[in-house]
Design a protein around this ligand. Structure first.
Ligand code: ADP
Length: 623
């Protein structure tokens, strides 16, 4: 049997292995001779360069070079053969090849020299670099785009690596710190920060690297500019943090504008407060005299005179409400309104407000009902004066925006830890698309086209007051059918005994009351009120020195003072008169917070019902 030697077999086998490798390689492999003529090529040349191997064999390798490189290849070969100086041989490099279709293809070319017996040949391996080049171009493009975007941002942006190196800063950042290159940033930032701030920022950066939570911080530079900084951690794709990006916002103009606005607002509040005082003082006097005339029995007024006086009183009250509303709004907006919440009998609050609005309801021929359950005797957690103000506003709206023979009623929900008091009416209602604007100041929701008086401030004030007292206000309305405004506050069952709803004065023993006021109209009104309370004796004093003398001769159980008549604080007066209970009559009953059970503030013009309630509370229930 003919058999080939084992070594020959082995050689054949090895050749077959190499052939298979060359044929299936994912790179174009060419064999060329010393002149650059292609002796052999593998099938991948077709995939990479568009030539089948047979098309290449016998051609000069130049045909695979782009026009500008053609010819150079011959030169390289000759140079290598004659001088041994390699250009590409033995190494590799990225170049461009020419496709059969004419376009260039990015490749990596590695060339090695082989000797076949005494012939020198070269093997070139061309790897396809198209995908890599495309990816690199895309990355370059995206980086360029990102750089343009970052530079287009008007806010300063910079990146600091965790090692401390600043690696990126946009134009706005360089400009803000007056430097030209990112390399100058570290020094510029250090110089701009006030003492200690650098350490604070470093500590924040450190914290950020630990918990990854974005940090927001305000920094005021040495030159007075304030920047709001937002810092975010940047991580490698594997999740490891490596840098912090900081985006700044120069808040200086905004803060200056805010400061200006606050100053202007302060000036507005001061003006309003001064003006309202100027307006309220004479108006209170007008109202006081009108009340005196209304009560006067000798000489009796004629019917016409009484109507005139009623008109003066009504218009005066309207004007006063308007002034008070505008002032309230100004104070609420300036955050200057103080509310003193306390537990207060709900029944007294509601019946008082209803009683106040009965004359208006009668005048408008609207039925006004207090429908609170008979056994509701607990307390609401509210500021009593402010709550009444809200309720009076809701009730007067329910009456105003009603029809003759319409109805308004006040109800309470089932009491729990909260209680909802609702004011419902059978009035004109409010269109659904207007409900959103209900609490906007000076927005009358088209009521300005009607004959109904108003300024569009009451509900805005009421809503803000309810919010400030930690309560809630809601509205339901149906045009043509009516509305229901509801307020909800914390509630507790009654802690007292007795009838809290009655505000008529019932004192069990005689008391002396010292009244300090230099306004003669108010004095007469006060005298009038006290005529209804025979158990109380009223002593007048125009000023503090006279009051002291009177108190010495006849020590009072209670002191009443008009705030505008005495140049002393309520606390000083109480200290001076042996800590006696004190009622302060004032334009701004809610201005000063107080927690003293022996002190009550009543608003002017004086309401005899409020006065009775306060006296009752201070002289009897407190004891
Ligand atoms: P105004 O002084 O105009 O009464 P408010 O602030 O109290 O101001 O109310 C704002 C607007 O809301 C009113 O002008 C009116 O259009 C509407 N409104 C308030 N309450 C009622 C109600 N019970 N029924 C119908 N419309 C109401």
């Amino acid at each position: 049997m003919d058999s080939e030697p084992i070594t020959t077999n082995r050689t054949r086998g090895t050749q077959a292995h190499y052939q298979a490798l060359v044929d299936s390689a994912a790179a174009a492999i060419l064999v060329i001779d010393e002149r650059g003529i292609i002796l052999d090529a593998n099938p991948f040349t077709h995939r990479l360069l568009g030539y089948h191997p047979q098309q290449l064999i016998g051609k000069n390798v130049d045909c695979l070079m782009p026009p500008e490189h053609q010819g150079k290849h011959d030169h390289y070969l000759r140079q290598y053969i004659t001088t041994g100086q390699a250009n590409i041989i033995g190494t590799g490099r990225r170049i461009e090849a020419r496709h059969q279709a004419g376009h260039v293809v990015p490749i990596h070319l590695a060339v090695s020299e082989v000797w076949v017996e005494d012939r020198r040949e070269f093997i070139g391996i061309m790897s396809d670099m198209r995908a890599l080049t495309q990816a690199q171009t895309r990355i370059k493009h995206e980086r360029n785009q990102l750089k343009t975007i970052i530079n287009a941002i008007a806010n300063p942006v910079f990146v600091r690596e965790l090692g401390g190196r600043y690696s990126l800063a946009n134009y706005a950042c360089l400009q803000a710190l007056n430097v030209e290159h990112v390399e100058q940033l570290a020094e510029a930032i250090h110089g701009a920060l006030p003492e200690g701030m650098h350490e604070t920022l470093n500590a924040l950066d450190h914290q950020l690297t630990l918990d990854g939570e974005p940090v927001h911080v305000d920094v005021t530079l040495r030159d007075g500019r304030t920047f709001k900084l937002a810092k975010t951690l940047i991580r490698h794709v594997e999740g490891e943090p490596y840098a912090i990006v900081t985006v700044g916002y120069d808040a200086t103009p905004l803060l200056q504008a805010k400061h200006e606005a606050e100053r202007a607002n302060q000036a507005k509040s001061d003006f309003l407060s001064a003006m309202s005082h100027e307006l309220r003082t004479p108006l209170n006097s007008v109202l006081g005299y009108a009340q005196l005339l209304q009560r006067s029995s000798s000489p009796r007024l004629t019917e016409t005179q009484r109507q005139y006086v009623d008109q003066i009183h009504q218009s005066g009250r309207h004007l006063l409400t308007l002034i008070n509303d505008v002032l309230d709004l100004a104070k609420l907006e300036a955050g200057k309104t103080v509310v003193n919440v306390t537990w207060y009998p709900v029944r007294a609050l509601v019946s008082d407000a209803v009683r106040t609005l009965l004359p208006l309801a009668q005048q408008q021929h609207v039925e006004l009902d207090d429908c609170l359950p008979a056994d509701l005797s607990g307390d609401l957690y509210v500021d009593p004066t402010r709550f009444k103000q809200v309720l009076i506003n809701l009730l007067s709206n329910a009456i105003k925006y009603n029809h003759p023979q319409g109805r308004v009623w006040v109800e309470a929900s089932q009491p729990s830890s909260t209680l909802t008091i609702s004011v419902s009416d059978t009035g004109i209602g409010i269109a659904e698309n207007r409900l959103n604007h209900l609490f906007e100041p000076f927005n009358r929701l088209a009521a300005e086209q009607s004959q109904i008086e108003g300024a569009g401030v009451g509900l805005a004030v009421s809503h803000q007051l309810v919010v400030q007292m930690q309560g809630e206000m809601s509205v339901k309305s149906q045009p043509g059918k009516g509305s229901c405004f509801a307020v909800t506050f914390p509630y507790r069952a009654s802690m007292r005994s007795g009838d809290q709803g009655c505000t008529c004065l019932r004192v069990s023993q005689p008391h002396r009351v010292l009244y300090i006021d230099n306004n003669s109209a108010r004095q007469r009104l006060m005298t009038d009120c006290f005529e209804d309370w025979p158990m109380l004796t009223l002593y007048h004093a125009h000023g503090l020195s006279l009051a002291e003398a009177v108190a010495l001769a006849s020590p009072p159980s209670l002191v009443i003072m008009a705030a505008d008549s005495v140049a002393a604080t309520p606390e000083q007066i109480q200290a001076q008169f042996g800590d006696k209970p004190l009622i302060v009559l004032t334009d701004n009953p809610c201005d000063e917070p107080h927690n003293k059970p022996t002190l009550r503030r009543l608003s002017l013009p004086l309401s005899s019902a409020d006065l009775a309630e306060a006296i009752q509370l201070l002289l009897e229930e407190r004891l």
